[in-house]
Write a protein that binds this ligand. Structure first.
Ligand SMILES: Cc1cc2nc3c(=O)[nH]c(=O)nc-3n(C[C@H](O)[C@H](O)[C@H](O)COP(=O)(O)O)c2cc1C
Length: 402
């Protein structure tokens, strides 16, 4: 994801410096070129050798090293950086940058660079909440510097509160996100995800195998491309993507109503949920008890639920509506029928009987059919990659419309 990107990692003298080694490793795994600058205080905590080994690059520690190549180190680092990430960022370094100091290699590179500069603050809660620290951060934010919000937790000093450096995985996510083109900025995308559940009595319900993974990944990708995202989700165990509004529902009727609340204001509706087509006609108000005789049977009459895709597909005006078809046979024929009947712009069809495709898997094998009759079959790919493919296609339709 970060192939070809030069990340200068500024490591300053906070106790969270031990996490910075993990951060380098994670950035390298994303194929970034990482060069580390350490402050003198950082070197009191960790030897530069750690970062040299993790980054496979020499570590920069001083402005006044003997020049062995004919370039001025702070200028060449400043020029080559696609991003300068300071993690952990001490109160001291943030204050110096906020006031234009250039008294060590890191602050001088920051002053000399046009790259995106991002701080992951790490400090004691009292230091973090200190009005001077807050004012310094606000000043830098206004000037376009990025900040990765620290977490709340037990700090190394024994205090509990804000100031714990963001986890390396979250910092890497922020960095990747910063390089993603915001081509969906200003667009509102509504995504339905997961199964719905239809109650039989207070303790039982019927549902299906949908995990919600596809919908949540679509939400994450759309958010990182700048869209306002609402996920209307049936019950899942998934964590909401950062910055995405999740509306939790249980039944198909609730999902139908929730889509209705957002449909008029949305630009794209993606129907990746698997809502139940039927619900029990009557819901028992008490637990259904079995009888003692062996011939005991339970007959439940099911009635139709509203068809969310059909309703909103046919209601659309400016919206792009994208559907999914999970089939076990006659994939293209069923998907084409569904696309036409439900007035989708395109449909993502998959045969759930294939290995690597379907509900709980992290991969899928899909055929995308659009309303112009184009059919494209894709090889197996991760659902994360598929979410990009779907949004690329949606973006093109949006672009051609405007
Ligand atoms: C054990 C220890 C832990 C420290 N942890 C932090 C910290 O988490 N955050 C912080 O802002 N300063 C912390 N400091 C203070 C900084 O090291 C000090 O302000 C130093 O001047 C920072 O220099 P630098 O910003 O050039 O790296 C710590 C100091 C010590 C001795």
């Amino acid at each position: 994801m970060l192939k070809g990107k030069n990340i200068i990692l500024g490591v300053t003298g906070g106790i969270a410096v031990y996490k910075a080694a993990d951060l380098v490793s994670r950035l390298k795994k994303q194929n970034a070129n990482v060069e580390v600058i350490m402050t003198d205080a950082a070197m009191e905590f960790v030897n530069p050798l750690t970062f040299q080994t993790m980054s496979n690059n020499p570590v920069h520690t001083s402005m006044f090293n003997k020049i062995d190549k004919f370039d001025v180190e702070h200028i060449s680092l400043a020029k080559k950086a696609d991003m300068i990430l300071v993690a952990p960022a001490t109160a001291n370094t943030i204050a110096k940058v906020a006031h234009g100091f250039a008294d060590n290699l890191l602050t001088t590179v920051i002053m000399a660079s046009h790259a995106k500069i991002v701080f992951a603050p790490a400090m004691n809660t009292e230091m973090y909440n200190n009005p001077i620290q807050q004012e310094n951060m606000n000043k830098l934010k206004k000037l376009g510097y990025g900040f990765i919000q620290p977490g709340v937790g037990l700090l190394a000093c024994g205090d509990y509160g804000a100031g714990k450096m963001a986890e390396p995985a979250d910092i890497v996510e922020y960095v990747i996100d910063a390089f993603v083109e915001k081509d969906l900025k200003g667009k509102k995308i509504v995504i339905t995800a997961g199964p719905t559940i239809e109650p039989l009595d207070p303790v039982r319900y019927i549902t299906n195998h949908s995990s919600g993974k596809m919908g949540y990944l679509l939400g994450k990708e759309a958010k990182s491309r700048g869209a306002e995202v609402v996920i209307i989700s049936g019950p899942t165990s998934l964590e909401a993507p950062k910055g995405v509004q999740v509306v939790h529902v249980n039944t198909t009727q609730e999902m139908f109503d929730a889509v209705g609340e957002h449909f008029d204001s949305c630009d794209i509706l993606i129907k990746s949920a698997a809502p139940a087509d039927y619900r029990p006609e009557n819901i028992s108000s008490t637990k259904i008890k079995k009888k003692d005789n062996k011939e005991d049977e339970l007959n439940i009459k099911f009635v139709r639920n509203p068809d969310i895709a059909l309703h909103y597909g046919n209601k659309k005006n400016k919206q792009i509506v994208i559907g999914f078809a999970a089939e076990t046979d006659n994939l293209v024929e069923y998907a084409k029928n569904k696309l036409e009947k439900k007035n989708f712009d395109f449909i993502v069809a998959n045969d759930v009987t294939k290995e690597g495709a379907g509900f709980k898997s992290d991969t899928n094998i899909v055929t995308i059919i659009d309303n112009k009759g184009e059919i494209e079959s894709y090889p197996i790919m991760t659902k994360s990659k598929l979410s990009k493919t779907i949004l690329d296609k949606a973006y093109l339709i949006l672009k051609n419309k405007s």
